[in-house]
Design a binder for this molecule. Structure first.
Ligand code: PMP
Length: 368
């Protein structure tokens, strides 16, 4: 008899990433524009690229503890590096957090339309995923709290959330944390935090500094433009970080990943440019979607680098997805996440966002 996976592993569906350009035929030699994975349209900091070119030492293992990068992150955010752990993308850290604190018989809680990886990381450690209802596509703190019980071990809240872009202000995050029993680990996934205006900070890093049961995760995949290098980090109490450190992958950041991310931390001007570009183009694109309100299009207010556009009129999300692909734009259609009526569109360059808005208008008029 062949080896049998554990029953809870059998129940997992593999993570479905956004489509890549290679999944489509380019038409008339035009390049395909990928706005399906929330990558940075401005690319990567020049300083980071230069450091990457110098970093390659393939024959030697990297620093197992990413010490220089942790020191730089600690300095930037005012955190003791002993409270920082780096991961192969923040995805690794979400996974080790669930594995360390939840197992068979336990519950892992998150909101409907939360990040799809939460389901996988909950199931892979044998825990039961519990999904709280949303509040018009946003995170509903009361609904989450109503589902907390003695079996709840981990709560995942992405802020801003993916795929909706919705954001919980500081007061709501504080209210959620204050009402939680101390045995529950609250994981605040800040993959898109750099896109939030500094004055709207949700207070997650301070909570992680002052509480024994808060873990904050961050990534270099979005605003730092380093999705391909696979770098994430997390901060929590010394105890939580020490526990997660035991089970993360050894040598989990390559030489090039450490060197590139270190230089990227040093180029905050690039991150600032990214935030400002995103803020301006997101508002411009949202305005154009709002103008299509009579055709049933609606964008959920977003603090991230994408907009979730709902199709509640004659033009369906599926038809819009296909029409955009025909025009060379790859966006994210999410039927597998219970959102067959929505497209998640990464904010790209102005010319592309204008072209997408014009194409949506054309398709909506044709569908009337
Ligand atoms: N959290 C959220 C909310 C995300 O959207 C993503 C990327 N899609 C991640 C975590 C994981 O990103 P990475 O592993 O590249 O850091």
């Amino acid at each position: 008899q062949a080896p049998q996976p554990k029953p809870w592993i059998e129940a997992i569906h593999a993570y479905v990433p956004g489509k890549s350009a290679s999944d489509f035929e380019g038409k008339d030699g035009r390049p395909l524009i990928k706005l399906s994975a929330n990558e940075n349209p401005l690319g990567t900091s020049e300083a980071a690229l230069a450091a990457r070119a110098d970093a390659v030492v393939p024959s030697l293992y990297p620093d197992p503890d990413s010490n220089a990068l942790r020191a730089a992150l600690g300095k930037l955010h005012g955190i003791d590096p002993a409270r920082i752990l780096c991961g192969t993308g923040s995805g690794e850290l979400l996974s080790v957090a669930a594995s360390a604190y939840a197992g068979p018989g336990d519950e892992v809680l998150y909101v409907r339309y939360g990040f799809s990886l939460y389901d996988i990381v909950a199931r892979r450690c044998g825990a039961t995923p519990i999904v709280a209802p949303d509040d018009d596509y946003g995170t509903d703190v009361a609904a989450l709290l109503a589902l907390v019980n003695a079996r709840t071990k981990v709560i995942f809240v992405a802020n801003p959330n993916n795929p909706t872009g919705s954001f919980l202000p500081k007061g709501e995050i504080a209210r959620l944390h204050a009402a939680l029993p101390s045995h529950v680990l609250l994981v605040i996934d800040q993959a898109y935090a750099e896109y939030v205006a500094p004055e709207d900070d949700d207070g997650a890093l301070s909570l992680a500094a002052s509480s024994a049961n808060v873990l904050v995760t961050r990534t270099f995949s979005k605003a730092y433009g380093l999705a391909g290098e696979r770098v994430g980090w997390a901060t929590g109490s010394t105890k939580v970080i020490e526990v997660l450190n035991r089970i993360r992958g050894p040598f989990n950041l390559s030489n090039s990943a450490q060197a590139t991310a270190l230089a990227a931390v040093g180029d905050q001007a690039f991150v600032d440019r990214t935030r400002l570009h995103n803020r301006e183009e997101r508002a411009r694109f949202a305005g154009k979607i709002e103008a299509l309100g009579n055709d049933g299009l609606r964008a959920i207010p977003s603090e991230a680098n994408f907009l979730l556009v709902l199709f509640e009129g004659p033009l369906t999300a599926e038809a819009a997805y296909e029409g955009l692909a025909e025009r060379g734009y790859i966006v994210r259609w999410l039927p597998g996440q219970g959102l067959p009526q929505a497209l998640r569109i990464t904010i790209g360059h102005r010319r592309d966002m204008d072209a997408i808005a014009a194409a949506l208008r054309e398709m909506a008029e044709a569908a009337r």
